[in-house]
Design a protein around this ligand. Structure first.
Ligand code: NAD
Length: 257
């Protein structure tokens, strides 16, 4: 499939593991120049090696989206390296802690939302700034099915993802007149390192039981893969989705159907 992404420049924030890394690989296979950004230098180095092995012109930039200055610096580094920005994917997420609302400490509110909401907003702000004036550009935010309905024991995460969908819809309407197309994806439960961390404290037997219980709730009968989410992100970033604006594409094996 020709997605017309060859020689374009993509920035993937949160692109060093999980859904972000699968997306970076999918872009690399299209001949796109790939910049991956995250807080973790070791993951960054490993991600770049795997992208270069696919033949990509790729680099890593260290960035903490919870810090506005770090996000500003990110975009100047992208422009210094490749001279322009055509596509952006915001795949950052604060690690979910399952707890009832009254069990959450006040600081957890700002910790979660500074990454999931302020972080995504800060990234969009600088990405749009870099794209303005060219009458082109795409941004895909990684939201979640938890952004579409209430999620017990994950209220802050769910609130943050509702906000990502709200930012996507509102900002998409603001900038489509400038040729910048903004959408989101809403993955259901997806097998990534993030999910591995959540079940790391369980025994193998407990994990197997939990995985099969979860799989039974999903009509397709299994978790999604990072590659399956990346496939949708590539389509939303390509001219093949040229009439799709402000949309939140659910990819969840039928969970919310
Ligand atoms: N895995 C799932 O089941 C699932 C389901 C729905 C939505 N999502 C969303 O998908 C996105 C990616 O998650 P994943 O499962 O691939 O997890 P992941 O942990 O593999 O990836 C998250 C990435 O974000 C980066 N990151 C985290 N905090 C950061 C910060 N402050 N600054 C810069 N980078 C930061 C990490 O280094 C990592 O590269 C998240 O937004 C998550 O909420 C995941």
């Amino acid at each position: 499939m020709n997605y017309e992404l060859t020689s374009k420049v993509v920035l993937i924030v949160g692109g060093t593991t999980g859904i972000g890394l699968a997306t970076a690989r999918a872009f690399a296979l299209q001949g796109t120049k790939v910049v991956v950004a995250s807080r973790n230098k070791d993951h960054g180095a490993a991600a770049v090696s795997s992208l270069v092995a696919l033949g990509s012109d790729a680099c890593f930039i260290e960035c903490d989206v919870g810090k506005a200055a770090s996000v500003d610096n990110l975009l100047s580094s992208v422009l210094r390296q490749f001279g322009r920005l055509d596509c952006a994917v915001n795949s950052v997420g604060y690690d979910l802690r399952l707890a009832r609302a009254h069990e959450m400490a006040p600081r957890e509110v700002s910790e979660q939302l500074s990454v999931d909401v302020e972080g995504v907003f800060s990234c969009m702000r600088v990405e749009i700034d870099a794209m303005l004036g060219k009458n082109s550009g795409t941004i895909v935010n990684v939201a979640s099915t938890t952004g579409l309905s209430g999620t017990p024991k994950a209220a802050l995460y769910s609130a943050g993802k509702h906000a990502v969908i709200g930012l996507t819809r509102s900002i998409a309407k603001e900038y489509i007149g400038d040729g910048i197309r903004i959408n989101a994806v809403c993955p259901g439960p997806t097998a990534t390192p993030r999910r591995e961390r959540r079940v790391a404290h369980l025994s193998l037997k407990e994990r197997t039981e939990q995985d099969s219980e979860l799989a039974m709730e999903i009509p397709i009968g299994r978790l999604g893969s990072a590659q399956e989410i990346a496939n949708a992100i590539i389509w939303l970033s390509s001219p093949l989705s040229s009439y799709v604006v402000g949309h939140s594409l659910v990819i969840d094996g039928g969970l919310t159907a």
